[in-house]
Design a protein around this ligand. Structure first.
Ligand code: ADP
Length: 340
């Protein structure tokens, strides 16, 4: 549905060129909630603005529904833009217009009839839970309410794609959750494909099914969210994953292990239904090893459980080896943690 093929973007500045995108390729399928994550300056905004033609690539191609944006101009480009809604970090509402007028604006611009505008705007306000605020002005609303207005406005012309530019970055955690839930509903109920950019891994974890990690204008890792969370390869991806799931041994635990120093330490990773199987129990029953659980965490991602456990095993070396092998044979990833 959305495809970027080897896209480059260079901004020319007096003090030297800036390569905001350097060979970005990605594919967003219909129905995806595709998240792009990266630190500030990674090139995320430049990338998302390519999709609705707000920015043009210096090199490479952007395709929407198989059509190259470079080949579209005038009326066709306007029509394509209507099928792509966008919401922003700072909402971009017109302060001198009421909530109703803000939401109705795209309908007015596309020349809809008065009664159609009224009906559609009322329907949208109802959908985002703001019917009672129709006559209010943006300054009378909370951040979450303003973003709901932004969402209603973006949906006005029945887009097939919704682009979200750091849409929850200015909101508190509770409001963020409610906006993410609304985006998920929009994706499910209207079958609108969503592409979002964010610097918060929690956003990716909560609603995305696909993710691309960006750094210095390039995509350093991409795939299904569960795979990237379960097996992050690049150090930057690992640090994003660590920001929401603790996967390394907490320093306080390392300290206590150093103090006691019994047996060997292992990190176990459980994905999916393995997370609810009694693997450790079976291991202890089969082999004479003593197991001490130091740390455990369990997270749900895309309806799949992802669990990490850090254990200490004491016993005869051959029993420990066999016990570890049994765990691995059951499909649990097990690796030894060396105490420095
Ligand atoms: P992000 O959204 O990940 O923070 P951006 O896409 O905004 O990253 O920026 C990527 C790089 O491109 C940054 O170095 C930024 O300063 C530069 N950049 C973005 N837009 C422009 C522009 N219009 N003119 C010049 N440089 C820009």
């Amino acid at each position: 549905m959305i495809e970027l093929l080897d896209v480059y973007k260079t901004y020319e500045r007096n003090n030297g060129n800036i390569e905001a995108l350097r060979g970005v390729s990605l594919k967003v399928e219909e129905g995806d909630i595709f998240g792009v994550i990266g630190y500030s300056g990674a090139g995320k905004s430049t990338l998302i603005r390519m999709v609705n033609g707000l920015e043009r690539p210096t090199r490479g191609e952007v395709l929407v529904d198989g059509r190259a944006l470079s080949g579209i101009t005038g009326k066709e480009l306007r029509k394509l833009r209507q099928s792509i809604g966008m919401i922003f970090q700072h909402f971009n509402l017109l302060e001198t217009k009421t909530v109703f007028e803000n939401v109705a604006m795209p309908l007015v611009l596309t020349g809809k009839k008065r009664h159609e505008i009224r009906e559609r705007t009322e329907e949208l306000l109802e959908y985002v839970g703001l019917s009672s605020k129709a006559r209010s002005y943006p300054k009378e609303l909370s951040g979450g309410q303003k973003q709901r207005v932004g969402i209603a406005r973006a949906l006005a012309n029945n887009p097939r794609i919704l682009l979200c530019d750091e849409a929850t970055s200015a909101l508190d955690p509770q409001t963020t959750l409610s906006i993410l839930e609304l985006l998920r509903r929009i994706n499910c109920e209207y079958n609108i494909t969503i592409m979002l950019i964010t610097h918060e891994m929690g956003v990716i974890q909560k609603i995305c099914n696909k993710v691309a990690v960006m750094e210095k204008g390039q995509i350093i890792e991409q795939g299904d969210v569960i795979d990237v969370f379960g097996n992050p390869e690049h150090p930057t991806t690992r640090s994003f994953v660590e920001s929401v799931i603790q996967t390394t041994v907490p320093p306080s635990i390392l300290q206590s292990v150093e103090d006691v120093h019994r047996g060997r330490m292992f990190k176990l990773k459980f994905v999916g239904k393995l997370a609810s199987e009694p693997v450790i129990h079976d291991m202890i029953r089969r082999f004479p090893v003593e197991v001490n659980t130091l740390f455990a965490t369990m997270t749900e991602i895309q309806q799949t459980m992802l669990g990490y456990m850090i254990i200490q095993m004491d016993g005869r070396p051959e029993d420990i080896e066999q016990a570890a092998r049994l765990v691995a044979e059951r499909g649990v990833l097990i690796e030894e943690v060396r105490v420095p």
